[in-house]
Design a protein around this ligand. Sequence first.
Ligand code: AMP
Length: 478
Amino acid sequence: MTSFQDLRLNDPITRALAEEKYLTPTPIQVQTIPIVMSGRDVIGIAQTGTGKTAAFALPILHHLAANPRQPGRKTCRVLVLSPTRELSGQILDSFRTYGRHLRMRSALAIGGVPMGGQVRALLDGVDVLVATPGRLLDLVRGNALRLGEVECLVLDEADRMLDMGFIHDIRAIVAKLPARRQTLMFSATMPRAIAELAAQMLRDPVKVAVAPTTVERVEQRVIRVERGAKLSMLIEVLRREPIDRALIFTRTKHGADKVVRGLVHAGIDAQAIHGNKSQSQRERVLSAFRDGEFRTLVATDIAARGIDVDGISHVANFDLPHVPETYVHRIGRTARAGAAGIAISLCDGEEVALLREIEKLIRMTIPVSDRRTDQRRAEGSPATRGAARSPGDAKQQRHGQRGGPPRRQSGRDQPNGRDRPNGRGQPNGRGQQNGRDQQNGRDHPNEAAGGIASVAFMQGKGRPARHRAQRAPHQPGH
Ligand code: AMP
């Protein structure tokens, strides 16, 4: 397995990674970092959650440190374009985190906030500028920034930038860059428009891609239910769903045993594995589950680690995990080997905050069915958004209308007025098109094929990228 040492990043960067508790590089990092360090252009097919930010930020920081130079006034050495303010803020946070032991000047240029601060930040020049395309052009046109000294351009989430109508802005920006530069383009999907853009803007690029995420392939649902009604809801789900094999997660060993007792009492053959069982007991239960002697296995997270069973059609979260990354591990037990899978989470009132954290992590809104008996409480509850008529009706929110992965949280997708191409949100033809795109999220025919790479690596490490999202300025509604 490749380690960060093998990637030969400089000491200050390796130290920052160790402080962030990044132990091993993710697949996209293993593939991308050496190529970027060699100076080649890269087209990376990878989505958020794969570690792609570090895949470009680390070798760029390494290059800056290896080739120190005072950036000229009102210039930047590295320009990163991203579709939204939030993503831009996260990318900048990542650069600052990984580059914390380097002397590096960085700035953010995003819409929706006054330009003055950004103009001032650029006066003496910066090493790294992260920007949304609309505001960047405003700064260039206002003579606050010159692009003639850019050594490296990164186009992040290129497909999303195209969907949001930024293509003309991007072309206008690229036209102002030196022809001799390194260009890195990342996109979750590879529709023809992206391939064409890459052909125009990149020079003999190396293509890197990582395998589709399980998260994107699993059909996820949430059932809002009172704590005391969880067992009967689980029984209902297990009776109704076409289950090959179901894996039920509980937070505690005691909880696992209790669920098994309840299921058995209801006539559903179920067994538990958890830390209180001996190794031989666990192996016996697992091999019986594998052989199809019973179809419902109840497990705690720790016990589930060793479970290597294909053909799990359903994962049910009797309790939501306290660590959002654990949710990703859990649902990854289904949809293995390219199969589809269904993940159903029972969520009581105290778990709504955990659900929010999970949705933030996976950047999807999971459809909710409200099965609480006290409907007055359900009314207007945030947990009813996306509510389906019955659990059986629940359809995951999609990017587009034709299918594909679930929709990302809309707050992250919408450009603000100033970021919008073409005059800042007027309801002209393109503006309307943009609006539609935002509502539907991505709508590429090949979107479904585009989800990328395992996110399993994410457990237990620091996540610098998230902080900024919470601080990001509020999006004006339109
Ligand atoms: P990204 O795909 O760039 O949004 O990264 C997803 C998350 O993974 C971020 O919170 C990063 O901090 C984290 N991350 C990136 N690379 C690694 C790594 N090699 N080890 C652990 N966590 C990582």
